[in-house]
Design a protein around this ligand. Structure first.
Ligand code: UD1
Length: 433
């Protein structure tokens, strides 16, 4: 698989040096959705024919998933923006620990490996900085479809019991609308014998994207995007050419907030506005004008006023934009209350924002943010992907120069971030630490 310069830089110890207080103008281009692309890649395991994905972002996470698939025997060919994945001869059903450990979404391959091969052994993803992130819902659903699943020594082993050739369709009610569990079970159900229903399913756009790809491959999935997904199992799936990944709604939201925090008029495209309704509403509520057309959004921020936010599953406000929105609120007029309801430990950006002069108090998983007139540049470190994005936004608005470290996180989810920002007038340099 081709490794490009931008993403490979994530492996080196480097930082972004950002001169703040510079107005932005122009158009910011949104890449394909990381969280969709990662899961669509694992769907390629379900067929022996090539699956071609376009609009795939150039990210270290995508490279990591490519390496995992290659270890399983998949041919992975990358050309600019697209990936051709061919899983004709799988040589293993055991993604290697050292690769899975770095990439939680790779655990979701357990559903497609089980559906295709009848067995899989996948390391449990570790906890991560933002919370425990269990996979019990994935396992419960696979068991309901007839798999024998054991967890031993950090490995999840799933297999069809003797005599069974395919998983069995089942009615599954999720305890919580987990995105990953919904995707894992969807991929397991498409090749199962009979009809499956997944109730209390995640409604995120990435789940819809997966269902659309699976249907292009010959699956029979209906209801994705709603609370109940129905899957009529089929005996085999075929390949698919030029399936285009949806635009990344989290990257788009981050760029809209970059405009708001620098009080700059910007155009952000391509965007599917319905994927961002809760975010657009909050941006309007805090004083931004939005012009929405079929391709993108032009944002014209006014005086930014404080608004409250509670993170929720889609279509609520996404947890992945909580940290960037908090950076924006740190510069707003008034006090906002930002409640994190998805992850128990997703407030680590607060201490770093405080180093830049933000006034934030934490009570449990809630941040109470009193806006200040100016943030000030300082050396800061992003502790996870979206915390790093929050640091970049704060830096764009701060007086002086900010040094943002922790790029190994940022490069997982934001393709070409400095080039995209510099193109609209920001002053961002990647430097060796
Ligand atoms: C996905 C996204 C991630 C996003 C998250 C929530 C990908 C690759 N990642 O992660 O960026 O932050 O959705 O929008 O798509 N839970 C359980 N039991 C389970 C599974 C989950 O209690 O078996 C809980 C989790 O602890 C968490 C909540 O459900 O509180 C949401 O998790 P989930 O939707 O599973 O997140 P991911 O799919 O891992």
């Amino acid at each position: 698989m081709m490794v490009t310069a931008t993403a490979s830089q994530g492996g080196l110890k480097s930082h972004l040096s950002i001169d703040g207080g510079v107005g932005l103008s122009g158009v910011m281009t949104v890449s394909g959705a990381k969280n969709s692309a990662l899961v669509l890649m694992t769907a390629a395991l379900l067929t022996n024919e090539p699956v071609e994905l376009c609009n795939v972002p150039d990210l270290t996470d995508i490279q990591g998933m490519g390496a995992i698939l290659e270890a399983l025997g998949v041919s992975v060919v990358r050309s600019p923006n697209s990936l051709k994945l061919t899983a004709t001869h799988l040589k293993s059903s055991e993604p290697p620990y050292e690769l899975v450990n770095c990439l939680r979404a790779s655990f979701f391959s357990i559903g497609s490996l089980l559906g295709r091969l009848g067995h899989a052994r996948v390391p449990l993803p570790g906890g991560c900085r933002i919370g425990a992130r269990p996979v019990v819902e994935h396992i419960r659903g696979l068991k309901a479809m007839g798999a024998v699943v054991n967890v031993n020594h950090g490995l999840v082993t799933a297999a069809l019991p003797g005599g069974l050739k395919r998983l069995k369709g089942a009615s599954i009610v999720l305890d919580c609308p987990s995105v990953g569990a919904t995707e894992t079970l969807l991929m397991a159900a498409v090749l199962a014998d009979g009809t499956s229903t997944i109730e209390n399913a995640a409604k995120e756009p990435e789940v819809q994207d997966l269902a659309n790809l699976l249907n292009c491959m010959g699956a029979k999935v209906s209801g994705a995007g709603g609370p109940v997904i129905t899957v009529e199992g089929v005996e085999r799936l075929h390949g698919c050419s030029a399936y285009s990944v949806i635009p990344d709604r989290i990257e788009a939201g981050t760029f809209l907030m970059a405009a708001a925090i620098t009080r700059s008029t910007l155009r952000v495209e391509p965007v599917v506005p319905e994927h961002l309704n809760s975010v657009l509403q909050k941006l309007r509520d805090c004083g931004c004008q939005l012009e929405i057309d079929s391709v993108g959004i032009t944002i014209r921020p006014g005086e930014i006023k404080a608004v409250d936010v509670i993170t929720q599953p889609f279509p609520g406000f996404p947890t992945d934009l909580q940290a960037p929105f908090m950076a924006l609120m740190a510069t707003a007029q008034g006090t906002s209350v930002i409640a994190e309801k998805i992850y128990e430990n997703r407030m680590q950006h607060v201490a770093e924002l405080q180093r830049m002069g933000a006034s934030i108090r934490i009570e449990g998983s809630t941040g109470i943010v009193e806006g200040v007139p100016r943030l000030s540049g300082a050396p800061v470190t992003g502790s996870d992907l979206r915390a790093s994005a929050a640091m970049v936004l704060a830096a764009l608005a701060a007086d002086g120069t900010t040094q943002v470290s922790g790029l190994e996180h940022l490069d997982r989810g934001y393709a070409d971030i400095e080039a995209k920002l510099n193109q609209v007038g920001a002053s961002v340099r990647r430097q060796q630490s």
